[in-house]
Design a protein around this ligand. Structure first.
Ligand code: OFO
Length: 170
């Protein structure tokens, strides 16, 4: 059975994952309108993955005797000018998410909830890989600079690329 504190922290994380899904959906739509179809495909998938992260939390909360709360969502930012803005914003966002996840993990230890602590380790590993991928993509874009041919290849490479997932996720 979840304590009220852990239940609230996990529901907070549900809202974070839902907001991530919306943020990447807005980025995907922007990229699609720019003709960056590979980037758009990558971001649409990323948005779906964040929704899966949210669902995994909802199911865990309910299975452990808590009550999951489906949150209201704010409209995500759409003020992008360049493709680099997208990936910088994605990395900034993921860094914040990592901080939130670490906060939940910390609370689990304080509350001696080792089951939830164990569950949260999936998110901890996922964050390491997501942040690393975002940094790699930013490095590539920095190398490409204003080279349109390079950007074409970058976009093409993203068609089949996914953020690494640990296990099945639900
Ligand atoms: Fe972007 O990762 Fe969820 O947790």
């Amino acid at each position: 059975m979840l304590s009220k504190k852990i239940e609230a922290a996990l529901n907070g994380q549900v809202a974070v994952e839902a907001a991530s899904s919306q943020a990447y959906l807005a980025m995907a739509s922007w990229a699609e309108n720019q003709g960056l179809s590979g980037t758009a495909a990558f971001l649409y998938r990323h948005s779906d993955e964040e929704r899966m992260h949210m669902l995994k939390l909802i199911k865990f909360i309910n299975e452990r005797g808590g009550r999951a709360v489906v949150p209201a969502l704010k409209q995500p930012g759409t003020n992008f000018k360049l493709i680099t803005d997208i990936f910088r914003s994605l990395l900034d966002h993921e860094t914040i998410v990592t901080g939130e996840i670490n906060g939940v993990v910390d609370l689990c230890l304080k509350e001696k909830d080792y089951t939830t602590h164990n569950f949260m380790q999936w998110y901890v590993s996922e964050q390491i890989e997501e942040e690393a991928l975002a940094r790699t993509l930013i490095d590539k874009l920095n190398l490409i600079g204003n080279d349109k041919g390079g950007l074409y290849l970058f976009d093409r490479d993203l068609v089949g690329m996914t953020t690494p997932q640990k296990g099945q996720g639900n």
